[in-house]
Design a protein around this ligand. Structure first.
Ligand code: ADP
Ligand code: MG
Length: 238
């Protein structure tokens, strides 16, 4: 079963053509990593998939539904940002549960899902704290928890670890890999980090100037990069 299908997706901001004829399939349960230089359109592509931006043309299909006109909250997607985007005045528990409440879920369902996600992420002890009373790594786990409680079919991560120090990045990377196995959801993950890409991905998508340059497994791309640009990104011997 296909989780996501993009067909000839284009996105322009006024005269600026940012995404150019994107064609891509993500299978159910697949972990797909987007890499590419700053400004090549990675975040825009995630935002178009999530429905935070409309595609200028092309078709976005999630599961078996064309979602071009479906609002973000009904796409079965959860997004985790680099900046965490937590509410400073809310506790960890309320940050994690807010989206569910807004969906109209009962108090019991909210309690149960927040409890489960916080156990999964080792956040049980911090539920009453506010974001300012947490470390960067804990804040990012809250942001991940807020995504998990919605039980999405597809997770979108936009450089989630880039604000963390090296040791924490590694720990959190291992946690995300474990979550992927536990939840058996599809994940799309944007990163600049070659090690994250090589260790997390089933499939790597290399973007350049709004186009897909090459798609393949980490080993495919490492051993058979289409050109110097791809080789440079994956650290292939030249
Ligand atoms: P990346 O995430 O790969 O660094 P982005 O998707 O953020 O790249 O940006 C791709 C291009 O789209 C950049 O040139 C950026 O300036 C432009 N862009 C992104 N969002 C907007 C917007 N809301 N309005 C105008 N231009 C935008
Ligand atoms: Mg970006």
């Amino acid at each position: 079963m296909t989780a996501l299908k993009l067909e000839n997706v284009n996105k322009s901001f006024g005269p600026v053509h940012v995404l150019k004829d994107i064609n891509l399939t993500v299978e159910e349960g697949e972990f797909v990593v987007f890499v590419g230089p700053s400004g090549c359109g990675k975040s825009t592509l995630l935002r178009v998939i999530a429905g935070l931006e409309d595609a200028t043309s092309g078709t976005i299909t999630i599961g078996d539904e064309v979602v071009n006109t479906v609002p973000p909250a009904r796409r079965g997607i959860a997004m985790v940002f680099q900046s965490y985007a937590l509410y400073p005045h809310l506790t960890v528990k309320d940050n994690m549960g807010l989206g569910l409440k807004q969906e109209g879920q009962s108090k019991e369902v909210v309690e149960e899902r927040v409890g489960k996600a916080s156990a999964m992420l080792d956040l049980d002890k911090y539920l009453a704290r506010r974001p300012s009373e947490l470390s960067g790594g804990q804040r990012q786990r809250v942001a991940i928890g807020r995504a998990i409680v919605r039980d999405p079919k597809l997770f979108l991560f936009d450089e989630p670890l880039s604000n963390l120090d090296a040791a924490l990045r590694m720990n959190t990377r291992v946690e995300i890999a474990a979550l992927h196995r536990t939840l058996s959801a599809s994940m799309i993950y944007v990163t600049h980090d070659q090690i994250e890409a090589m260790t997390l991905a089933d499939k790597i998508v290399v973007l350049r100037d709004g186009r897909i340059e090459q798609v393949g497994s980490p080993m495919d791309l490492y051993n058979n990069p289409a050109n110097k640009f791809v080789a440079g990104f994956l650290g292939s011997p030249s």
